[in-house]
Design a binder for this molecule. Structure first.
Ligand SMILES: [Zn+2]
Length: 46
């Protein structure tokens, strides 16, 4: 999930999986997809 947080009067987008902050919602959502993949374990073939 991506949550919004207020810092210094600006809205930031936080990845709830790892706590990373992004200033762009689309960046946070793009990261979240990769972050979820990491939590589920590697899906790529080694
Ligand atoms: Zn993350």
């Amino acid at each position: 999930m991506v949550s919004t947080t207020q810092r210094d009067g600006e809205t930031w987008y936080e990845c709830e999986e790892c706590g990373l902050l992004f200033d762009l919602e689309e960046d946070a959502k793009a990261h979240e997809q990769n972050c979820d993949d990491d939590d589920d374990g590697p899906s790529y073939i080694q």
